[in-house]
Design a protein around this ligand. Structure first.
Ligand code: NAD
Ligand code: MG
Length: 392
């Protein structure tokens, strides 16, 4: 039987790793709908290459360009939010949710409501509305499979084991490009320096989050929801080689860990395989002798305050992670645009968390509420940014 796979965020880094795997296993999979943000040419090319049945762009104004680029292909298409939801509604056995940021919430949730098996890369869904997502996955009998490498490793290390038998779960961080840098040097770092990830190749936003360690903070929140485990039993360790991705410490002292080369196709293949193991052509096998040594060190929350802020938001619970994520998305965009220095990210995020702690104390009941909080905090954060140099 051929399985139909729909890809949300198909033109991105995770999307492309996914289509690479699907092409390698053409006898097993066919591509259903593909969804992108605003790049009509890239989405049309991808849709033609993969033989997708439907292509949707989130940006409505790019509709005419998409129509033009797909003319003669026979591929149905659309643009705007309704087209994205139309794509999600099309028949699929697996939906890969790989839109970046809070923009992924609605389409990912729509897939859950249809009871789809969702391979989840969009961690923001769980960060912004984790309670609602986990509740609705159960309610609509949808499976959530973790694509994020650390969580995928944890799921594999946990196996059929019980979370009640777990003493703690640890996710690893590469430490990012600034792992060994002094605070003063990090303070003056450029966006290009922050985006130069040492081990993984990823989209721009997650690259910056990896440099600030906010990505690890988001992942702690993601793990809390996915495995239904309290913040006190979750931690982070820095592991520059990115070979061990997640560790499960059991009550009896045994530890099981998930290891793999830093290649996102490994966790994606685990999700797409639905219990079968898929081979990965052109994947480099893990060679521990060649790696030589695996090293570990504690994360430094003084140089990487975003990790401390995210931990606090996780402990705080309620809507604190939703607020934090919104402010972080605005701050990261401002950093990329050269409007604020690197530590300006942590500064803005912390100010937003303080400002909204009382306003948004309880967890969003549903995706709409999470998105309303997200919109409010984004607007506030944009106002709170320094006036752009160009406008001065
Ligand atoms: P990316 O920026 O490379 O790709 C994002 C994709 O989303 C693109 O196809 C883009 O066109 C699309 N998109 C953007 N805005 C959209 C919108 N409003 N509506 C519809 N589509 C939109 O990002 P990425 O690195 O592939 O990351 C995707 C998600 O996966 C993120 O949530 C990220 O945290 C998570 N993730 C990524 C990696 C990785 O290695 N890249 C690892 C773990 C988790
Ligand atoms: Mg990860």
């Amino acid at each position: 039987m051929t399985l139909t796979v729909t890809i949300l965020g198909a033109t991105g880094s995770i999307g492309r790793s996914t289509t690479d795997l699907l092409a390698q296993h053409g006898e097993r999979f066919r591509v259903g709908a593909v969804v992108g943000g605003k790049d009509a040419a890239a989405l049309a090319k991808l849709a033609r290459e993969t033989g997708a049945s439907f292509a949707a762009l989130a940006d409505e104004s790019a509709g005419p360009a998409l129509r033009e680029a797909l003319s003669g292909s026979g591929i149905a298409h659309g643009a705007g939010e309704s087209a994205v939801l139309d794509a999600v509604g099309r028949d699929a056995d697996i939906v890969v949710a790989a839109i970046s940021g809070a923009a992924g919430l609605k389409p990912t949730h729509a897939a859950l409501r249809l009871g789809r098996t969702v391979a989840l890369a969009n961690k923001e869904s769980l960060v912004c509305a984790g309670d609602a997502f986990m509740r609705d996955a159960k309610r609509y009998d949808a499976k959530l499979l973790p694509v994020d490498s650390e969580h995928n490793a944890l799921a594999q290390a946990l196996g059929e084991g019980l979370v009640s038998d777990v003493a703690k779960m640890t996710i690893t961080a590469s430490g990012g490009p600034f792992r060994t840098w002094a605070r003063e040097r990090i303070e003056a770092a450029s966006p290009a320096e922050a985006a130069a990830h040492p081990t993984w190749s990823m989209g721009m936003k997650i690259n910056i989050d990896s440099a600030s360690l906010m990505n690890k903070g988001l992942e702690l929140i993601e793990a809390h929801h996915l495995f239904s485990i309290e913040p006190e039993r979750l931690d982070v360790i820095v592991h520059p080689q990115s070979i061990v991705h997640g560790l499960v410490y059991w009550l009896d002292g045994a530890v099981t860990a998930g290891l793999a080369m830093p290649d996102m196709r490994v966790p994606i293949a685990h999700c797409l395989g639905l219990g079968d193991r898929l081979t990965i052509a052109r994947g480099r096998p893990l060679d521990l002798a060649a790696a030589g040594s695996l090293t570990f060190e504690a994360a430094d929350e003084a140089r990487f305050p975003c990790l401390r802020i995210a931990r606090a938001a996780l402990s705080e619970g309620g809507a604190a992670p939703t607020v934090m994520n919104a402010a972080n998305e605005i701050a990261v965009a401002a950093f990329i645009a050269g409007r604020i220095p690197f530590y300006g990210i942590a500064d803005l995020v912390e100010r937003a968390c303080t400002r909204f702690a009382a306003t948004y104390a309880s967890a969003p009941a549903d995706v709409d509420e999470a998105l309303a909080i997200d919109a409010h905090v984004r607007a506030w954060s944009a106002e709170a940014l320094p006036v752009s140099r160009a406008a001065e």
